[in-house]
Design a protein around this ligand. Structure first.
Ligand SMILES: NC(=O)c1ccc[n+]([C@@H]2O[C@H](COP(=O)([O-])OP(=O)(O)OC[C@H]3O[C@@H](n4cnc5c(N)ncnc54)[C@H](O)[C@@H]3O)[C@@H](O)[C@H]2O)c1
Ligand SMILES: [Zn+2]
Length: 359
């Protein structure tokens, strides 16, 4: 199925990789393709994607070692130079195949290669299908923090083939579920209810359930992004749970997966919201139950609230913002502070108290 709240096609279904040649020639025609994937993903789907691309134009597969620690400027440079050495020209295009790491890194290569070539996203993790492949943010991590170097570069198409999720490790599947539940929490109570009702089918990775899951999540993310292309106002609500999550990730040296940290962050931020009278009582408990039922951890490994607060303040300094929270009114509804502001400041003592009460 195709959704069009964004300017490009987001195609969601099962078995889509078998029609990839058609999709490529229609949405992203090029004289040559560079398929970029991490080594794990390349092993699973590299050949199929390369063959499909090759039917449209001469194509090469470029791989890099899997894992967040490789989403770096060094990898960006190495890949860019390999594309140059292979002779990819301005009339070439990039196929970003894999999870969010591959999408962000390959997307940034595409954004900068000869000042920008077109690309398509083929997400193969749940998180990448519902989150990182939508919205056009690309980039790499630095020693100063995650995603600090990057560019907006919209893909020509996103092809989410849920059959690729069959062998995704359970921890990564759960991490994606945290973002799916976040989408429901900020926009659609009915979606959260459906996820809880169809939990067994989702966990069994039933194809129909996965298509529905990805479709509803993408619809929410794409609608929010379309309303606010440059992250000025409403897009902030996508960051529900993320102020605390970023601090937890940083304090753990990025050992905690992003989605896991978001699960922990949502529970904490719902509590914070209730403390300052913005979020309906019981919201945190409801989220906690849903997250646990999808095997997500909800207690941060970092036990010191002071350390987490410090990490938030460091993050704020690096990003030149203030420690602000996107909060809920209740499950399914974001809290709005005023006309164009969807974020809240929360007194430090409340942050310390909530993070401290959770250990
Ligand atoms: N651009 C954005 O808007 C945005 C939004 C959210 C997250 N992100 C970024 O996304 C990244 C996280 O993405 P991720 O969780 O997909 O991580 P990831 O890309 O590292 O994938 C997780 C692991 O799963 C493996 N894998 C991928 N697909 C598989 C499959 N189908 N079967 C088996 N194994 C598979 C990968 O090799 C990797 O080891 C972070 O860097 C984060 O910053 C970006
Ligand atoms: Zn996130």
């Amino acid at each position: 199925m195709a959704l069009e709240p964004a300017a490009y096609d987001i195609v969601i279904g099962d078995g889509l990789l078998t029609q990839l040649s058609e999709t490529l020639s229609a949405a992203c025609p090029a004289a040559r393709y560079a398929v970029i994937a991490d080594a794990t993903v390349a092993e699973k789907f590299g050949r199929a994607v390369l063959e499909a691309a090759d039917r449209v134009a001469p194509s090469d597969l470029f791989t890099f070692p899997a894992g967040e620690r490789n989403k770096t400027a060094e990898q960006w440079q190495a890949l860019s130079e390999r594309l140059l050495a292979a002779g990819l020209g301005r009339d070439g295009a990039v196929v970003a195949l894999g999870g969010g790491v591959s999408g962000d890194l390959a997307g940034f290569v595409a954004a900068t290669y000869m000042r920008g070539v077109p690309y398509i996203q083929i997400p193969t993790t749940l998180l990448a299908m519902i989150d990182s492949s939508i919205g056009g943010k690309t980039g790499v991590d630095t020693a100063h923090g995650k995603n600090l170097i990057g560019a907006f570069h919209q893909p020509r198409a996103v092809v989410a083939d849920v059959t690729t999720l069959g062998e995704l490790p359970p921890v990564h599947f759960a991490a994606g579920m945290a973002e799916a539940l976040k989408h429901g929490a900020i926009a659609d109570r009915g979606y959260v209810d459906w996820i809880e009702r169809d939990r067994q089918a989702i966990l069994a990775r039933d194809t129909e359930a996965l298509v529905e899951l990805v479709r509803r999540s993408v619809q929410i993310k794409a609608a929010v992004v379309a309303e606010d292309e440059r992250e000025t106002g409403k897009r902030a609500i996508l960051n529900f749970g993320h102020t605390v999550a970023h601090a937890i990730e940083a304090a753990s040296g990025y050992e905690v997966l992003h989605g896991e940290a978001v699960a922990m962050g949502m529970v904490a931020e719902a509590q914070l919201g209730t403390r300052i009278g913005v979020t309906e009582a019981g919201t945190s408990e409801a989220l906690r139950e849903a997250l646990i039922s999808f095997n997500l951890p909800i207690d941060p490994p970092e036990k010191s609230p002071a350390h987490l607060l410090e990490a938030m303040q460091r993050d704020k300094k690096v990003r030149e913002g203030s420690v602000r929270f996107a909060l809920l009114k209740r499950v399914g509804e974001p809290a709005r502070r005023n006309t164009d502001n969807w974020t809240f400041e929360v007194p430090e003592r409340e942050i310390i108290s909530v993070l401290g009460s959770r250990v």
